[in-house]
Design a protein around this ligand. Structure first.
Ligand SMILES: C[S@@+](CC[C@H](N)C(=O)[O-])C[C@H]1O[C@@H](n2cnc3c(N)ncnc32)[C@H](O)[C@@H]1O
Length: 257
């Protein structure tokens, strides 16, 4: 699949630009006329493409700034915002899993919502700049990702653009705090974003959230253990609502827990 095909697959918005440009009677008038975009749609398409390219360039730029070719260099952690970035190995493992899921999807909703996990977002975009991914984050420094960024405060779990409602078949979340209250609110956001019929959910959080993750979201722990660049006191686990087979260390059986 070439880049243009990938772009079309990953950009459902493109239909917004082709629709209004063809008047209803145009087809009747002359079926052989080439399709043209109205000046308004053309301008909107140009704007959209510029934003996409700036976002891809921002990721490429951070990738190039001092990190080795396989790493992505992120902005500095702000511990007041509970920011602890994944190690490159963890970010790559989770991003590979998301790309694997995206590849298996056959629906129009081949997109992923990354809730409060900017490192994952950056690694996904590095692996494929045209992947349809959205970062929901509180830290406005990530506005550098352009139209792929949505400001998000878990205290207002559903204060999000309506266009995002039930729009994602894959959701990954790494809540800022290890409290029940925070997980409950993030669960509300997940329900808002996810496709109601079937969706894939990955939650990265402290082991202490195990019971709440099962109760609120029907999640099971995987064998894979997320690691952070700064050493944390809490053990972090990865939970999924689908059986990953032998990826991610598989679902952890009760005797290993
Ligand atoms: C535990 S970190 C997860 C980051 C992840 N380990 C990574 O490397 O991408 C929690 C994230 O929540 C964000 N955050 C902090 N306060 C928040 C709030 N009120 N609402 C939503 N997200 C918030 C932080 O900026 C941070 O990116």
């Amino acid at each position: 699949m070439d880049l243009e095909e990938q772009y079309n697959e990953s950009s459902p918005h493109l239909s917004e630009f082709t629709g209004p440009s063809v008047p209803n009677n145009a087809k009747e008038a002359d079926d052989d006329d080439p399709l043209t975009l109205s000046p308004y749609a053309l301008e909107a398409l140009k704007e959209f493409l510029t934003e996409q390219h700036s976002a891809a360039a921002a990721v490429a730029e951070t990738a190039a700034s001092g990190a080795s070719s396989s790493e992505v260099s992120l902005i500095s952690e702000d511990w007041r915002l509970s920011q602890f970035w994944y190690t490159p190995e963890t970010a790559e493992t989770v991003s590979e899993e998301v790309l694997e899921l995206l590849n298996c999807l056959t629906t129009d909703y081949r997109s992923v919502a990354c809730i409060a996990c900017p490192t994952l977002f950056a690694y996904l975009k590095k692996a494929n700049p045209y992947v349809c991914a959205r970062l929901l984050e509180y830290d406005k420094r990530f506005e550098q990702y352009g139209s792929d960024f949505t400001f998000y405060d878990y205290n207002q779990p559903e204060e999000l653009p309506q266009a995002l409602k039930n729009a994602y078949q894959i959701v990954v979340a790494d809540p800022p705090y290890l409290s029940l209250e925070c997980l409950e609110k993030v669960s509300q956001t997940i329900a808002f974003l996810a496709r109601p019929d079937k969706f894939y959910l990955l939650l990265l959080t402290g082991e202490v959230q195990r019971e709440s993750a099962a109760k609120l979201l029907g999640l099971h722990p995987c064998g894979f253990r997320p690691q952070h660049s700064s050493k944390l006191g809490n053990e972090f686990w990865l939970f999924t609502n689908y059986d990953p087979g032998n990826r991610l260390g598989g679902w952890q059986s009760e005797d290993r827990v």
